[in-house]
Design a binder for this molecule. Sequence first.
Ligand code: AMP
Length: 212
Amino acid sequence: MNVILLGPPGAGKGTQAAQLRRRWPLPHISTGAMLREAIRSGTPLGREVKQVIEGGGLIDDEVMTRLVTDRLSQRDAAAGFWLDGYPRTIPQAQCLDQFMQGRQPLVVVDIALSDAEVLHRLASRLVCEECGTNAQDTGADPRCHNCGGRLVPRVDDADTIVRNRLEVYRRQTAPLIEYYAGRPTFHQVNGAQLPDDVTLEIIRAIEATRSS
Ligand code: AMP
């Protein structure tokens, strides 16, 4: 099962992929996490993308498509994947469609969330320095529940950068909803619910596709 999770920054794509993996244990491929790992490790790719990510812009379609198609070609993704953060532009979606020819159809889940809710959520989002797990700032000791690592704000979650990311989302990524909306495997869910309720809505939507 090949699933794309769409949605604005902060919609919960990463959180949902982590939850959904318990139901369907496919690899969670997060392009943002791959790029942040490249920055942390100081690879040539990391050095190339650091400034753009920290400003809330998008990395070149060509660089991203190479990164993703290499990852999707690995053996663990042959039975399917949860793809989070790609595609983010129409050209990326076209490249992915080309790459997917001869494979199972893409299931597309759009997690909808208002701008106001995005700004509210990201103002208190923390991320683990060690493993990248997301958390909310509760004012208590900021330790990761997954690995005990230190929780810190993401550089690109600063208010002005989030506003830029939302603008980029509106211009470049939101048109993907129309791109996929006519497909029988497209689903839209309400992201402004408790995470477990969003997960249930996604599971129901995917199961409806699989049984039809
Ligand atoms: P995310 O963790 O998905 O919010 O991604 C963090 C940042 O990585 C984005 O703001 C972009 O700068 C970059 N990025 C991630 N995925 C893509 C993509 N498919 N195309 C272009 N840039 C991307």
